[in-house]
Design a binder for this molecule. Structure first.
Ligand SMILES: NC(=[NH2+])NCCC[C@H](N)C(=O)O
Ligand SMILES: [Mn+2]
Length: 321
């Protein structure tokens, strides 16, 4: 890989907060692009444009904003499909996690054998029928695996195989999700597993099971709510008992060191949640995670840079005392 391509995806049809659509903008304001330029040549492809959420004329019984979610994810997939990614690392900056249907569907056209690591406090694998909330950001994986049908998602034509999916850090699963995960035998490592077995060991074991020959490209779909709620404030669906900061940074590093990490979603940062200081801390932490992971993708084995935002989060969170 020669360079990084960044695409902003202010997709917010997956849940009710509108602040997530501001994240690509605030991350650029916080110097996302120059910081990546320090690692390797980086091109900002700009944003995919979506209409604002409208009050739904007729409420869908199962999926809120289903028309926006269906058309929006199709637009994302089409956009990524036409992009030349042969020499580039792709960073998709969301937006809510519903966009993962679009990004991964689009990426599967380039790398049909991809392994997907879903780092998240949640499963995001509800079908419209099992979803307790009707929020599409809790459903993208069920569509990707071909477990859900809906008229606004009739465009879906690729499938992610359940054995290519790895959950890292989930701790808030709905009953229907637990069923789906068990039925399809999907790899699942909770914060407790990670703590007990070690982040490096867990991720290596998981990759080995998903891809025994170690040849498949890897996509990391990183929901910032995978961080413990004490470590990050500016996200819409926080959950306690997350993996430790070090464990998450290590996971990013181990994926990078395989040499096969080709793309990443960064989702659910919401700069409208939390006071000014915690918004600033959240942004700094997220940027540092991206920087540390991509630093390892392009300069594996080199000495790591100091991580002030992580240390700051450690001292303010009260979790590591
Ligand atoms: N990407 C997220 N933050 N997802 C939260 C999903 C929460 C819950 N499981 C639901 O289906 O509504
Ligand atoms: Mn998620």
């Amino acid at each position: 890989m020669k360079d990084i391509k960044v695409i902003g995806i202010p997709f917010d049809f997956g849940q009710d907060h509108i602040g997530v659509r501001l994240a690509p903008h605030v991350l650029r304001e916080a110097n996302l692009i120059p910081r990546l330029q320090n690692i390797v040549k980086t091109e900002d492809l700009g944003d995919i444009i979506f209409p604002f959420k409208l009050v739904e004329a007729k409420k869908d019984k199962y999926i809120k904003h289903s028309l926006g979610a269906g058309l929006g994810t199709k637009a994302i997939s089409d956009r990524l499909e036409e992009e030349d990614l042969s020499k580039s690392f792709l960073l998709n900056v969301g937006g809510d996690h519903g966009l993962g249907l679009g990004t991964i569907h689009g990426l599967l056209s380039h790398h049909p054998e991809s392994v997907v690591v879903w780092a998240d406090a949640h499963g995001d694998i509800n079908t419209p029928e099992t979803s307790p909330s009707g929020n599409f950001h809790g459903m993208p994986l069920a569509f990707l695996l071909g477990l859900s049908q809906h008229p606004h998602f009739g465009w879906i034509r690729r499938k992610l195989l359940p054995n290519k999916l790895i959950f890292f850090g989930p701790r808030d699963l709905d009953e229907g999700e637990k069923d789906i995960i068990a039925r399809h035998n999907i790899q699942y490592y909770s914060s407790e597993d990670i703590n007990r077995l070690g982040a490096k060991e867990v991720i290596e074991m998981a990759l080995h099971k998903a891809d025994p020959f170690g040849i498949c490209p890897i996509h990391l779909s990183f929901d910032v709510d995978v961080f413990d709620q004490m470590d990050i404030d500016s996200t819409g669906t926080k959950v306690p008992y997350g993996p430790k900061l070090e464990e998450l940074f290590l996971m990013g590093g181990v994926l990078a060191e395989t040499g096969r990490l080709k793309s990443m979603d960064l989702v659910e940062l919401n700069p409208q949640i939390g006071d000014a200081a915690s918004v600033e801390r959240s942004i700094a932490l997220v940027l540092e995670f991206v920087e540390a992971t991509l630093g390892q993708v392009f300069h594996a084995g080199k000495e790591k840079k100091p991580m002030p935002a992580m240390l700051e989060a450690r001292t303010t969170s009260g979790r590591y005392l």
